[in-house]
Design a protein around this ligand. Structure first.
Ligand code: PLP
Length: 391
């Protein structure tokens, strides 16, 4: 039976069945089309496919593949998007959108706390092509809108942003951008489509690193671009096809499998993260906890108007800003492992010295990614590491 995304089914139901309309030999799991190319019965049949590169019929897996399409349909419905294209990593998705909407002389506005490889793209790579950028704190919509120039083509938001978890007013910024013909793209990796729907409040694109919550098991890298079908066909034709950034069939299959439990995992991770953040905010060793669901969060009103929940990634600033002590704290943790990336089944910790716009000085922050462990075990782990390290 064919499942239509337009059917009034719940998101959990759609994530199980959507896109899996073709059963092979009765297999309950969808097939992995681990193939580079596809065959045709005639030259005519092959030549007529060029009109629709997304398939079916499929031609070549650098452009489209049925396993990838199955996963794309699930991600599109999650984001409430007309279409989705999956890439080999989140950076593949970000670079495709930015390159797709810039040309010689263009200008990009983004938040200074954006994902650091994006900063490298803007600071070290795009200037080669005469593309400039401006950073804003994003704390106030007018500050972002005031940074728009006549040559601005993209405003790139990351809300919440990754290290100090600031929000941007997507609704207001996207509206102002649209009026000026500027494309508004939102990195929704940390927000998650369950708790925030950028497209529904005016953004052109919602982007994801599928390596985080979508996969959910720290065993794949993937990226997703969600947005209008026509714009995505253009990105597929140029940035994805020419730069070769499409996802491979197997990680696409793993991603689709991860999506089956995304809502379940996120609800559990949200509850645990709220408990851990609440506990941390009551500790004398901790100055600030950057977690949107706390009553003390400075952008609480925007959080409540824009998001329906918060995920498991947040940070805190230790009161003692002493690098060796903070390092000792991270290394004394037993359940939280030291590692980059986040959004998997396991809890992770990293530390970084940051100075976002508006900070008078640099500050050390400890970033936690909450996994699927028991909340009381994670809290006990943080408590013992504070004691051992003398944080
Ligand atoms: C990890 C991450 C990315 C990049 O994704 P990759 O899959 O690692 O390329 C982009 N944005 C945010 C917020 C991330 O955390």
């Amino acid at each position: 039976m064919k499942i239509d995304p337009e059917e009034a089914l719940g998101i959990d139901t759609l994530l199980q069945h959507l896109g899996e309309d073709t059963r092979h030999e009765g297999a309950i799991a969808p097939a992995i089309f681990q193939t580079a190319n596809f065959l045709f019965d005639s030259i005519d049949a092959w030549q007529s496919t060029t009109a629709n590169p997304s398939g079916p019929p499929y031609v070549y897996s650098r452009v489209a593949n049925p396993t990838i399409e199955m996963a794309q349909r699930k991600v599109a419905v999650l984001e409430g998007a007309e279409a989705c294209k999956l890439t080999g990593s989140g950076m593949g998705a970000i670079s495709a959108v930015i390159l797709g909407h810039t040309a010689q002389g263009a200008h990009v506005v983004t938040v200074d706390t954006c994902y650091s490889p994006l900063r490298i793209l803007l600071e070290e790579y795009l200037p080669r092509f005469g593309v400039s950028h401006s950073y804003v704190s994003g704390l106030c919509a007018d500050e972002v809108i005031d940074a728009f120039r006549p040559e601005t083509t993209v405003v790139y938001l990351e809300s919440p942003s990754t290290m100090v978890f600031r929000l941007q007013d997507i609704r207001r910024i996207a509206k102002a951008a649209r009026e000026k013909g500027i494309v508004c793209a939102v990195d929704n990796t940390c927000g998650t489509p369950l708790f925030q729907q950028p497209l529904a409040i005016g953004a052109e694109y919602a982007l994801h690193s599928g390596s985080k919550y979508f996969g959910g098991h720290s065993d794949l890298t993937a990226g997703a671009i969600c947005g209008p079908a026509k714009a995505l066909d253009k990105i597929l034709k140029y940035e994805i096809n020419l730069l070769g950034s499409i996802i491979a069939p197997f990680p696409a299959w793993l991603l689709a499998r991860g999506l089956r439990t995304l809502p379940l995992r996120l609800r559990r991770i949200e509850a645990t993260a709220n408990e851990v953040a609440g506990w941390l905010s009551g500790r004398a060793e901790v100055d600030v906890v950057h977690h949107a669901s706390l009553p003390s969060y400075p952008q609480r009103e925007l959080f409540l108007s824009q998001m329906t929940g918060s995920s498991g990634l947040f940070s805190f600033e230790p009161r003692v800003q002493d690098e060796p002590k903070i390092k000792a704290f991270c290394e004394a943790l037993r359940l939280f492992k030291i590692g980059v990336s986040w959004g998997g089944h396991e809890s992770l910790v990293v530390m970084a010295e940051v100075q976002p716009l508006g900070y008078a000085q640099k500050r050390w922050v400890v970033r936690l990614s909450i996994g699927l462990e028991d909340a009381q075990d994670l809290i006990a782990d943080l408590a013992q590491a504070m004691e051992v390290s003398g944080l």
